[in-house]
Write a protein that binds this ligand. Structure first.
Ligand code: MIG
Length: 667
């Protein structure tokens, strides 16, 4: 008997998105009144109203209600007080004014500290979550089409509702063990020699590293599944050379396929009708990195199988991990819209541009990328059903990653392959993780990273992390150090930055010794991190939790969103502001402070529950051990494969021996 119950309500005629794997759930009967409304009973009474006429779901939020969920979004852990759109967007400005990022994670938990329920809306189009934006006390969920499956989760605790979602949508993706190591990435590495130099930079200092990422410049003219032969003369040999140093190369794959005669992926796709089509049946012509592209129709299972098998080109060369990018899909422009824009510009050419003309003119150029109208110009063959893209927009990244995941199951049976994606939808968590996209080297984005992690964990995306050090803008040494002190606890730990920004490989900075200490500490913690991650994955739990999930009735704990629980044993309280050598920390119970300077240099101090100002110099990380718990540590090594998972040392706090269960496997 599970600790949760799930009820299903089918509204209209929803498409099967593939999010749900649980079988045998039948929709409950409901009867709408003459106005087209009906209500669903929840822990809060007959409280959830479905209005089929105005196409919305509403719920009156009591004053002390917390709203969790939505996975990868902006703003805090409690989502109350803003409006969020599930509308996967290539959005490089992760500002609090925005409404969408790259993902659609339509899961909410409503909790007043005593009772709770959860809901998952399985709808692949745009969904508007107005969580006290229009009316501070009202949750309103709006749709363009009233075709969706609504799942209600009943349980006593938020964690049970999370479990329910996983029971419904399947177990979380598990990466290879080496994917818990540290990775260096940068948009701009072009040649094998440049990648060798990165490896050397780390090796010379003895800083552990498991991965170096290959961004779009490894390809020949940005063509998927090609490797530039001049820059990588013998690619398989190079992959092996890196592996001999304990480093995995992880290439990027983009959604768009370059249109070019003689390019096999293009030609096969055209021949077999595997690309997305316009109303008139011709292939949509869009533009992304390679210039003009077609978009593979990942929603068509035959196209999916074909595209998935292409990853073999790289796995045959020894590659064991990938990141899928631009799969919202991002569109620089479509050929059709560009024509319209040029025609309108011609029109304006001989006119005097008054202020409105000027805005119109500027708007023409500004809106060519990711234009909402462009997403209505093409169609999918969703296994026999023709659907306009915007109706299933949020599935595209999921199905691209599914293509890869299903192919790995076929072609790389007994092996785990690293896979994470930019765009996602619930259900994709079975096939890969996510990274949180193009953040900035801003202090506020460290905090955003802290907020996103528990929310992503709620929606099943356990293997996740942010571009450490910040993607856009110039980083600084202190920002990178503080960010590492957060990312060293996230399963995906990758330093990544954009072309044209300050280089941020660790060996470029002054206090390399502290960087080395931090990375070594990560490696010393990997037996713990891996153990806690695996337990969360196998038990449908969470690896990173908000304090409120554990200390549910403690109002202060609920409102503390800049401290998070990592696994069962520890809480972290990162410093995320510049020029600070400490911070206030709220302890919901007595805890033992571990102030780490390195894996073997740390202070221990027992602290009573309550508020404390805790010092933390730039080279110090604050970890709080919970009573009755144990933190295992190993001796760091140059990569995960060389780590000792057996001879561990243990730090305990009021814990009996045996209060920690270590999980390990061959990875
Ligand atoms: O339009 O491949 O989010 O991580 O470095 C930019 C280049 C395309 C966006 C990804 C980023 C990556 C970049 N890509």
């Amino acid at each position: 008997m599970e600790d949760y119950q799930i009820r299903k309500f089918t509204i209209g005629k929803p498409l099967n998105t593939g999010a749900v794997v649980m079988e045998g759930l039948v929709s409950e009967d409901f009867k709408a009144d003459e106005k087209g409304c009906f209500s669903i009973n929840t822990a809060f009474g007959e409280s959830l109203c479905i209005d089929l006429t105005s196409k919305e779901i509403s719920f009156n939020m009591p004053e002390d209600l917390y709203v969790y969920g939505l996975g990868e979004t902006i703003r805090g852990i409690n989502k109350r007080g803003w409006q969020y759109f599930s509308n996967n967007s290539d959005e490089p400005h992760h500002e609090e004014a925005k409404r969408s990022l790259y993902a659609a994670h339509n899961f909410l938990i409503l909790d007043d500290g005593k009772k709770c329920f959860g809901l998952f809306i399985d709808h692949p189009g745009k969904v508007d979550f107005d969580i006290g934006y229009t009316d501070p006390d009202l949750l309103t969920i709006r749709f363009e089409d009233m075709d969706f499956d609504l799942y209600i989760f009943d349980g006593k605790e938020p964690a049970e509702l999370v479990k329910g979602l996983r029971g419904l949508t399947g177990r979380s993706y598990i990466p290879p063990k080496w994917a818990f190591g540290y990775g260096q990435s940068r948009w701009g590495y072009k040649t094998a020699d440049e990648l060798r130099a990165v490896a050397k930079g780390y090796k010379e200092l003895g800083i552990p590293i498991d991965m170096i990422y290959m961004d779009i410049d490894y390809m020949q003219d940005f063509k998927d599944f090609t490797v530039n032969p001049e820059r990588f003369p013998d690619f398989p040999a190079f992959v092996q050379e890196m592996k001999d140093q304990g480093i995995h190369l992880v290439p990027i794959i983009d959604a768009g396929v370059k249109m070019e005669e003689g390019y096999d992926v293009y030609e096969e796709g055209v021949k077999n009708d595997f690309f997305c089509k316009k109303e008139d049946g011709t292939n949509l012509v869009a533009a992304v990195w390679p210039g003009k592209v077609h978009f593979p129709d990942f929603l068509n299972s035959k196209a999916r199988e074909w595209f998935g098998d292409k990853y073999k080109v790289l796995t045959d060369a020894g590659i064991e991990g990938f990141w899928n990018d631009m799969n919202e899909p991002a569109i620089f422009y479509t050929e059709d819209h560009l024509k319209e824009v040029f025609a309108e510009i011609k029109n304006l050419e001989n006119k005097e541009l008054d202020i409105w003309g000027f805005f119109q003119f500027r708007g023409l150029i500004e809106t060519i990328a990711n234009n909402p109208e462009d997403y209505k110009r093409f169609y999918h063959d969703f296994d026999g059903v023709k659907v306009r893209h915007d109706k299933v927009h949020n599935l595209y990244g999921f199905y691209m990653t599914r293509a890869a995941g299903e192919a790995f199951e076929r072609n790389n049976k007994d092996k785990r392959i690293l896979m994470f994606s930019r765009a996602s939808y619930i259900g994709m968590h079975r096939y890969g993780g996510v990274w949180t996209g193009d953040n900035m080297s801003w202090w506020s984005h460290i905090l955003l990273n802290i907020w996103q992690m528990p929310s992503l964990n709620m929606t099943g995306f356990l293997y996740s992390g942010a571009d450490t050090g910040g993607f856009g803008c110039d980083t600084t040494e202190d920002l990178l150090m503080r960010w590492i002190q957060v990312s060293m606890f996230t399963p995906l730990f990758r330093n990544h930055s954009a072309l044209g920004t300050r280089e941020q490989e660790l060996y470029r900075f002054k206090d390399m010794n502290s960087f080395k200490n931090m990375i070594e500490l990560r490696y010393a913690l990997i037996p713990y991190i891996y153990s806690e991650f695996m337990k969360a994955a196998l038990n449908d739990g969470m690896y990173i939790k908000p304090l409120s999930f554990e200390y549910r009735t403690d109002k202060r704990a609920r409102e503390t969103e800049d401290q998070i629980l990592v696994g069962d044993s520890i809480m972290i309280a990162p410093v995320y502001q510049q020029n600070k050598t400490g911070r206030y920390v709220y302890l919901p119970e007595d805890m033992k402070l571990l102030r780490f300077r390195s894996y073997n240099d740390f202070d221990e101090e027992e602290l009573p529950a309550g508020d404390h100002y805790i010092n933390a110099n730039l080279n110090e990380v604050l970890v709080f051990l919970r009573p009755g718990h144990i933190l295992p540590l190993t001796t760091p090594a140059q990569n995960v494969a060389a780590l000792n998972f057996r001879d561990l040392s243990y730090i305990g706090y009021k814990a009996a021996p045996g209060s920690f269960t270590l999980y390990t496997d061959e990875g």
